[in-house]
Design a protein around this ligand. Sequence first.
Ligand code: NI
Length: 247
Amino acid sequence: MQLQLCSWPEVERYLEKSTTIMVPIGSAEQHGPIGLIGTDAICPEVVARGVAEQTVTLVAPTLSLGMAQHHLAFPGSIALRPSTLMALINDVVRSLLRHGFDRIYFLNGHGGNIATVTAAFSEIWADASFAGESRPAPRLRLYNWWSGERVRGLSRELFGGAEGSHATPSEVSLSYYAYPQAVKQAPLSPKVAPVGAIRDAADYRRQFADGRIGSDPSLASVEHGERLYHAAVADVGEDLRRFGSTD
Ligand code: NI
């Protein structure tokens, strides 16, 4: 069920049976010469909708902007600074808590969001601790769509050492599966991009001229994306069931 397609009485009825909701979170940032700007939002969104169908879980609208300052030297990237993203997470969580959702599962598509979203959770829990609240604190979880065993195993099998860490053939494949009309081709040189640490946007572009890190997304395809989609839906579905049933 998509929250965007529900009426408020439907949400009220859902809350009588479940207080779990999924929130896909991504980023709008360059993904190399053939990856889509929306890759990191598209991937968790499509996986969350697949999981929602199987588990009858509500999915909130995708938070499609993230902490992406290091991509700003490439046209099309839009970034929230960490403090803005933390404020966004806080307002989203408090809105949902007010309705009675107390298990909020953020399905993430962007590694750059992890530190900030985790810090935002700590702020929310700190507020409860300082206030001396005796009610159970909200259950908040951040899970990356690519981090389950099935997806990691399949990525290794399909792409080996060409997976890399940005504009990966796995995420590009999954986004192509979601939007086959947007499949792109361009020459990539070197075939596998370099690796290294990153600081700000100018440093990133100096080190990684076409935007990729350690990856060869020319290996991406709609067919691989379909397999990764089913692996991710299984991984996330399993993790979500655990999250929904633990105290
Ligand atoms: Ni990405």
